[in-house]
Each structure stands twice: as C-alpha cells, then as structure tokens.
Ligand binder design. Structure first.
Ligand SMILES: NC(=O)C1=CN([C@@H]2O[C@H](COP(=O)(O)OP(=O)(O)OC[C@H]3O[C@@H](n4cnc5c(N)ncnc54)[C@H](OP(=O)(O)O)[C@@H]3O)[C@@H](O)[C@H]2O)C=CC1
Ligand SMILES: O=CC(=O)O
Length: 322
C-alpha cells in the first residue's frame, strides 16, 4: 500500500508539473475530455489528502465527506468557484496562483481591446467572405491613442494592462474600492464608479467576482455608458448580467463587447449573444499560453505539496487557518 498522500486532480495538466507531482504523491486524475462528474470527484475525495483544482466547482457538498482533506490547491488566481468559508471552517487552506498569470492575461485583454477597437475579427471575415471589392469601403473603426481606458479592478492584471495602455498613448482611469498607492507610476487616475462608466471609451473589467461585484454591470450601468463605448470583460462572467448586456448591445446603448469570460461557461451554443455582430468571445483563455500555464500548474503543485509537508504555502487565500 502506498504511504504517499492521495491527491485528486480534476483535469490533466502539462506533463512536467504532472510528473513532478506524481513522483511525490499518489495522484488520481480525471483524464477525459469532459468535465469530471461531481459524484466521481466526491467519491475520490473520501480518503484524499489533497485536491488539485483546475477551476472545478469546489462546494461544501463536494467536500463534506472528504474527512481527511488537508488542502485545496487551485490552478488559477481567481477562486470564486471555491467555498472558501467552508474550507476555513474546516481549517483547510485554499491556495491559488497569483502573479504568474498577470502578463499573459494582460496580453489577451490588450488583444481583445485592439480587436474590438479596430473591428479586426469582422474585417477578417469580410475579406474571407469575398466582400473586399474596393479600398476605402470597409466601415471605420476607432483609435486607441487619445482615448480613455477605464479599468474596473486595477490590481496586478489591471496594472499590467495600464502599462500597455500608456504605451498606446491612452488616458487611463480606474476604480477600485480604494486608490492604489502606486497609481502615479502607472500614469492612471482614480475616479468614482460613476465617472468610470460615464467617461470611459473602453471599459475593462478586471476585478475578482465577489458578492459586491456580482451583477455590477447591468442595464442601468450600460445606459449610463457612452453609446460608442466598448466593454471588455476579462475577469469573470457573472460580474456582467448577460441578458442586460445582450439587450444593451441590441439597443445600441453601448457599441461593442469583447469577452474572455461569460456566464455561464461554456457559453450555450444557442446563446443570443453569439448572434450579435458587435460581440467577440474567446473561451476563457487569459492564461492559456504554454509558458504561463506551465508556471501556474507547477506553482499549484508546489502550494499543495507545501501544505501536505507541513509548510506554509507560497500563496494561500485563507491564511487564518494556520
Ligand atoms: N480571463 C482570465 O483567464 C483571467 C481572469 N482573471 C480574473 O481577474 C481577476 C483579477 O486578477 P488580479 O489582477 O491578479 O487580482 P488582484 O487581486 O491583483 O486585483 C483585483 C483588483 O480588483 C479590485 N477590487 C476588488 N473588489 C472590488 C470592488 N468591489 N470594486 C472595485 N474594485 C475591486 C481590487 O482593489 P481594491 O481591493 O482596492 O478594491 C484589486 O485592485 C481575478 O480575480 C480573476 O477573476 C485573472 C487571471 C486570468
Ligand atoms: O481565470 C483565470 C484565473 O487565473 O483566475
């Protein structure tokens, strides 16, 4: 019988971190293409010491029979999918992977911003569909330089985006619950939520999903934004009310939306959002580069192993459990 701790992994990860972890623990991993069924993971967890979550819904119901569980290690910075309060009650540390996700997520967000501002996806399709019959024929798009970029949630990723916006000669404003001490170095101005939504040409959501931010962007907010505004959500889908966004785009209350995250995920194939020409959607790929995922996967494995070996992990969102 193995004396190594048992760890449940909710999805296969890259070979290097997988093999690194497998050498150190008794690893049981869901390797199918499909999302692992709740009942299977719940069953595997009954005698497990650790859970390595690839953004799996970690609910009280999933964990309540996992009496030996010592750690939940998430391969992501956001942890809104995890019932942290329940884990804290059980004195189970919840680990995540901040910092290593930052630059790749800012790059993707910046890419969405440029694609939306310059209408690149529709323009590519216009060429592919044989509609390019003369120059000066394609509908005009909008500059980045000289425009106002509003960031809702100026943390690590928001700051990395602000640096890119500075290089594009944009004016950067932001709203957090409190101003950032280093915003001068980011050439970014702290504004109220009202000023953010009313004056941004491009409004990027980069806050965590919390009870306070859930549903924050609703029809009333969209009505108060510029009619020419472009909304980019690279944070979490439920921060935006999906039906309200659809209506606002249809009613031309805002001009365009570029989304890396939606509610629900994956987006249903018959979602009305997919029928709109003024929406582009990517499948939650902010961190989905080889290099970044490798770093995240290794960090999540190290966090997990630290706890199992009685050490404090590098990143833990409920440190009060120690
Ligand atoms: N699309 C993707 O693949 C990815 C998505 N993400 C998402 O992006 C989020 C941000 O990541 P990251 O920058 O690393 O996180 P950080 O914690 O560094 O930044 C979050 C920022 O949001 C602000 N914030 C929190 N609550 C509120 C609120 N109620 N109103 C306004 N601002 C608020 C915080 O400031 P303050 O505390 O002062 O309010 C903070 O500056 C993650 O939580 C995750 O959900 C991250 C990586 C990849
Ligand atoms: O969505 C990704 C994350 O790291 O959070």
């Amino acid at each position: 019988m193995s004396t190594k701790p048992k760890v449940v992994m909710t999805n296969k990860i890259l070979d290097e971190p997988y093999n690194w972890l497998k050498e150190r623990v008794n690893l049981i991993c869901w390797e199918e293409e499909s999302q692992p069924p709740h009942e299977v993971i719940k069953d595997w967890l009954q005698d497990a010491d650790g859970l390595y979550s690839t953004f799996y819904p970690v609910t009280k119901a999933l964990l309540e029979d996992a009496k030996k569980l010592k750690v939940v290690s998430q391969c992501a910075v956001g942890y809104d999918n995890i019932d942290v309060n329940y884990c804290t009650e059980r004195k189970i540390p919840v680990c995540n992977t901040p910092h290593v996700v930052v630059e790749a997520t800012a790059e993707l967000t910046y890419g969405l911003l440029i694609c939306a501002a310059r209408d690149i996806i529709n323009a590519v399709n216009y060429v592919k569909e044989g509609k390019w019959i003369k120059n000066f024929g394609y509908p005009l798009s909008h500059d980045l330089h000289g425009k106002t970029l509003g960031i809702f949630g100026m943390g690590n990723v928001g700051s990395a985006l602000a640096r890119r916006a500075n290089a594009s000669l944009m004016n950067v404003i932001y709203h957090n619950r409190k101003p950032k001490p280093d915003d001068k170095s980011l050439n970014a101005k702290y504004v109220s939520f009202d000023e953010l939504i009313e004056t941004s040409d491009y409004l990027v959501i980069l806050s965590p999903l919390t009870p306070e931010t859930r549903g924050k962007f609703n029809y009333d907010v969209f009505k108060r934004m510029k009619k020419t505004a472009i909304l980019i959500n690279a944070a979490r889908g439920p921060i935006v009310v999906t039906e309200d966004l659809y209506k606002a785009l249809l009613d031309k209350e805002i001009a365009f939306a570029a989304l890396d995250v939606v509610d629900p995920e994956p987006i249903p194939h018959n979602s009305p959002l997919l029928s709109l020409p003024n929406v582009i959607i990517t499948p939650h790929i902010g961190t989905a580069t080889y290099e970044t995922r490798l770093n995240m996967m290794q960090l999540a494995a190290e966090n997990l192993l630290d706890v199992l070996n009685g050490r404090k992990p590098k990143y833990c969102v409920n440190p009060e459990v120690f």
